[in-house]
Design a protein. Structure first.
Length: 171
């Protein structure tokens, strides 16, 4: 009887030690700077991909839809890019639908709230009339800025030239 009580007490002490070690490890990892940096990186990458999709998509089948698309552009951007896009006048015309096929952050400064993103984007363009749809691939670099709403928006956007192509030729 005494032996069972000693074994039970030892098992309880070992179990409490194991739980205490697990709680300590979890608390330490939860406040880890590397973990926080990783979360911020993942958030910036995901929101950057979403913003690039919006900035390369426009349903211009009607003037009203084109106006809504331009407003979506403005909501996805910040700074001078937002101002520049706000000057775009809605009109009926060809529509474009973008898909970000690959993306990666090349720089992230969590203190300054800035990041650089490179991406490849496939854009499918559908003409307004009876024309044939076409597809194009783009390589883009975007500068992201964390805004006051704690979201990442595109502050600058530029095309990245494809290395190894000759003038007028495709690789």
């Amino acid at each position: 009887m005494r032996r069972a009580r000693v074994l039970g007490t030892c098992a309880l002490v070992v179990a409490l030690g194991f739980c205490g070690t697990g709680a300590w490890t979890y608390a330490r990892a939860r406040g880890d700077q590397e973990l926080a940096f990783g979360r911020e990186r993942d958030t910036a990458l995901a929101e950057g991909r979403d913003r690039l999709t919006v900035l390369n998509t426009l349903d211009a089948s009607t003037t009203a839809r084109a106006k809504a698309g331009i407003e979506a552009w403005r909501e996805s951007s910040t700074g001078p890019l937002r101002t520049e896009l706000g000057g775009t006048r809605p009109a009926e015309g060809a529509s474009a639908r973008a898909t970000v096929t690959e993306a990666a952050l090349t720089a992230l400064d969590t203190r300054a709230g800035t990041a650089k993103l490179i991406a490849t984007v496939r854009v499918e363009v559908t003409p307004l009339g009876p024309g044939k749809p076409s597809s194009d691939r783009k390589r883009l670099e975007a500068v992201l800025t964390r805004t006051g709403e704690r979201t990442w928006k595109v502050a600058a956007l530029s095309a990245v030239p494809v290395a190894g192509t000759e003038k007028g030729g495709k690789r």
